[in-house]
Design a protein. Structure first.
Length: 275
């Protein structure tokens, strides 16, 4: 069987089985694009997300344990080992970041609903919250420690603040996913193409309507176009549907609703290869 390719000659491959799906609120209408429905994660997606969250919780617990070791053992020594203290700070930062990255992956598979404001904020920013908890008491205790001279206190305090800030910035989810976003994207794709199927590349940050869209045919790392559901695309790390929907609707040969506003951007650079 011949390998499927786009108009530019790029190889087109199907992503792994979708970890999540868009399910209709009314039984028996799963395939009707004109029926209002809400995206929900499948049991497989929730199981995978649960595993990521469990691992994230373990890494965060180790980070907090490291903080306690620093406060109740390292800083209580009469001759404080600076190498050990700074090494512990770095390890705590690495554990906090590792847990946060896993937590973000889980949220991509099983996002919260934006309308539930408190849960949405906590679920998406929990990594940053835990990171602050893992660092703030330790930094305060370093600055208040009487066994450290001013020079060592300044060094340890500065390292602690820098690592804490870096870890917190990495842990914050600046563009958190939501059930509402996935539902809207799936609805848009299905309304235009007739199915929940989108395309992306390893170098791009967004996903597209068809394999012949100009943005997915730009040069990419592996010269491959991947296809799958909206959920597949998000699981692959793509943040959203392209903003150039109207332009791609024409490029892909789908019917254009002339009443809809057209794209004003001249180019979508989201698929440009990383330097």
């Amino acid at each position: 069987m011949a390998q499927k390719r786009s108009s530019s000659g790029k190889k087109v491959v199907r992503a792994e089985k979708a970890p999540a799906s868009r399910t209709s609120e009314s039984k028996g209408t799963e395939h009707a694009p004109d029926v209002e429905s809400t995206w929900t994660a499948t049991p497989e997606a929730r199981k995978k997300a649960g595993t990521f969250r469990l691992l994230a919780g373990l890494l965060w617990a180790l980070a907090i344990a490291g903080e306690l070791v620093g406060i109740f053992w390292v800083l209580r020594q009469s001759d404080i080992n600076m190498v050990l203290l700074i090494g512990l700070i770095v390890v705590i930062g690495a554990l906090a970041i590792g847990g946060s990255l896993l937590w973000k992956k889980a949220n991509r598979l099983d996002p919260a609903e934006r309308k539930d404001t408190v849960r949405f904020f906590v679920q998406n920013q929990l990594g940053a919250i835990i990171t602050i908890i893992a660092f703030l008491p330790l930094i305060v205790m370093i600055l208040l420690n009487d066994d450290l001279d001013k020079k060592d206190k300044a060094i340890a305090g500065t390292v602690g603040v820098v690592v804490a800030v870096i870890a917190t910035l990495v842990s914050v989810d600046w563009d958190p996913p939501s059930v509402e976003q996935y539902t809207a994207e799936s609805s848009t794709v299905i309304d235009i193409t007739g199915e929940d199927l989108v395309y992306w590349t390893s170098s791009g940050e967004v996903f597209h309507l068809c394999q012949d869209a100009s943005a997915v045919n730009l040069e990419s790392k592996d010269n491959t176009i991947y296809s799958g559901t909206v959920a597949d695309a998000h699981a692959a790390g793509k943040s959203r549907l392209t903003k150039q929907v109207a332009m791609e609707t024409k490029q892909c040969g789908f019917e254009v609703d002339e009443s809809e506003p057209q794209d004003t951007d001249s180019a979508d650079l989201s698929e440009a290869p990383a330097p």
